[in-house]
Design a binder for this molecule. Structure first.
Ligand code: GDP
Length: 534
């Protein structure tokens, strides 16, 4: 096997998706501990305030180093090289999160055993499902009272539309669990008593389920429940089918407890065995295999001003094929230029460091002189293809934004363009309006506060911001391709007629009802939720 193939085979690149508080931070920490990457649990904690409030996010901003360090983590476990990509839990960061999911090969979904499928999990799951990537489920907090496992399986199927295959099964009755039965190894594992937080299993026995010894160990009632459950699963449950898992149609389901370490190592080992190595990706030149020896990558995240003293920006790339080497020269498709990758950084568990080489599945941070945009492709100079475009998410909140001090217009425009390029906001111009104010569209309201904060702190511009009463944006075309203008559109004054950055006409309206009126009164108008390529 070539070195490249070797490196690809041992890589696993994934994100953990969950609703806040389900245990993502705790599980990440435990995975790092097993990988020997950190010695003290708790070091991942610093970033977690980002979930909760704007003020916390600002605080995190001040310590960008920390939040960025933990947004991508690489560590080894046995022969495997693991890349975990962080997905911020706050719903207003969802766009950023969606993009991160474009860069992984699989996802781990954490479900709180007592709460089941929650709102944020649902949203993130949908994106994984659309991408068709494998999803592995970890049902967490088994040390606590929880829902019946059968009900959780039903919930996954009914709410998320995915069937599950339990790899292990909780032992206990009425939502009180004290261990699991491993279906592959046919092994019973019981939790350690609370005092030690279950770092070790108290007892672990392998054998046939109907062994009388098992009944003695578990108590008659729990033993009977377990036997009934497993019989039902074996008969009526889904067969384990790795191909279905690979297509995202079946999720292997693990029960455990991140906090008490119960089932975590077992989960990690099974996951590493079953999860896919870096996969081929669709491009304008067809599928590109990771084993293609010509380098290629795409930008999935841009983070600006990590160090306010230097005004730098980092573009995070996911390597898709070939070997990455520090200092190599690559072709940047969008600008049509060759670029030298001089100071690439990689993120180990605790700090950033300069990376000399990296392989498909790895994430590298590149200093960005202001040329990279989300979704950009970088490839070997001899190739010049482009990876598939990122999905665009329709904005749902709008504000008119201008600089308070008109003398600062230049910095204002620069700042707002930079944030647009980072993908934090979408920029529109009202038809007939000058360049003094813009209409900014976002997916969540938090972005407005971030916009205000960053323009002030990074560009020294105070802004005036007026929320607009619109919640729906539609890109407009006519069937015969003639131009849509404020004059040609009947009822244009029922909303706001704006242009996006590429001068595509867009109508902002307050609700679907208003949209209905527009459709009824403009028979040959076509409405689109995302920009139409012209
Ligand atoms: P995140 O918001 O998803 O990152 O969740 P955290 O990892 O911060 O966990 C949220 C809370 O749940 C914390 O108080 C954790 O200590 C707790 N927690 C995490 N895992 C477990 C578990 O297995 N059992 C119990 N009882 N609590 C847990």
């Amino acid at each position: 096997m070539s070195q490249l193939t070797d490196e690809i085979k041992r890589r696993r690149t994934f994100a953990i998706i969950s609703h806040p508080d389900a245990g993502k931070t705790t599980l990440t920490e435990k995975l790092l501990l097993y990988g020997g990457a950190i010695h003290l649990a708790g070091s991942v904690k610093s970033r977690k305030t980002a979930h909760h409030a704007v003020s916390d996010w600002m605080e995190i901003e001040k310590q960008r180093g920390i939040s960025v360090t933990s947004s991508v983590l690489q560590f080894n476990y046995g022969d495997y090289c693991i890349n975990i990509l962080d997905t911020p839990g706050h719903q207003d960061f969802s766009e950023d999160t969606y993009r991160t999911l474009m860069a992984v090969d699989s996802a781990v979904m954490i479900i709180d055993v007592a709460k089941g499928v929650e709102a944020q999990t649902k949203k993130l799951f949908k994106v994984c499902k659309q991408r068709g990537i494998p999803i592995f489920t970890f049902v967490n907090k088994l040390d606590r009272f929880g829902k019946a496992p059968i009900d959780l399986m039903d919930e996954l199927e009914n709410v998320l539309g995915i069937r599950s295959y339990p790899m292990n099964w909780p032992i206990g009755t009425d939502g009180k669990y004290f261990g699991v039965y491993d279906r592959q190894k046919k092994q019973i594992e019981l939790f350690e008593d609370d005092t030690t937080h279950g770092q070790n299993t108290r007892a672990s026995v392998t054998g046939s389920l109907d062994d009388p010894e098992f009944a003695k160990m578990l108590g008659a009632e729990a033993h009977q429940t377990l036997m009934d459950d497993i019989e039902l699963l074996d008969m009526a449950g889904e067969d384990f089918d790795l191909e279905k898992v690979a297509r995202g149609e079946l999720t292997p389901m693990f029960f455990g407890s991140a906090m008490t370490n119960f089932g975590v190592q077992n989960f990690l080992e099974e996951y590493l065995k079953l999860a896919p190595e870096p996969q081929a990706r669709q491009s304008s030149d067809g599928l590109i295999s990771p084993e293609d020896d010509k380098f290629s990558a795409f930008v999935f995240k841009i983070q600006a001003n990590m160090n306010p003293a230097h005004r730098d920006r980092l573009a995070f790339i996911r390597i898709c094929s070939g070997k990455f080497e520090r200092g190599m020269s690559v072709y940047h498709k969008r600008s049509g230029k060759a670029i030298k990758l001089a100071q690439p950084q990689q993120f180990m568990a605790q700090d950033r460091q300069i990376v000399e080489e990296a392989y498909p599945g790895d994430i590298v941070g590149l200093f960005d002189p202001g040329i990279f945009g989300i979704g950009d492709t970088l490839c070997d100079n001899s190739r010049k293809f482009e990876y598939e475009a990122f999905p665009v998410f329709p904005p749902e909140k709008f504000a008119r934004v201008s600089a308070k001090d008109t003398m600062k217009r230049k910095q204002f425009v620069k700042g707002i363009e930079q944030l647009t390029q980072e993908g934090a906001i979408q920029l529109f111009r009202q038809a007939g309006a000058g360049m003094d104010s813009f209409i900014v569209g976002t997916v969540g309201t938090l972005q407005f506060e971030v916009l205000e904060y960053r323009l002030k702190n990074e560009y020294g511009v105070d802004i005036e911001m007026n929320m607009q009463p619109y919640e729906v944006a539609r890109w407009m075309t006519y069937e015969d391709d003639r131009e849509v203008t404020p004059a040609s559109l009947r009822g244009a004054d029922r909303g706001m007629f704006v242009y996006d950055r590429r001068e595509n006409p867009v109508l902002l309206v307050s609700n679907e009802w208003a949209l209905g009126w527009i459709t009824d009164n403009n028979p040959d108008l076509e409405l689109h939720t995302v920009p139409v390529d012209r």
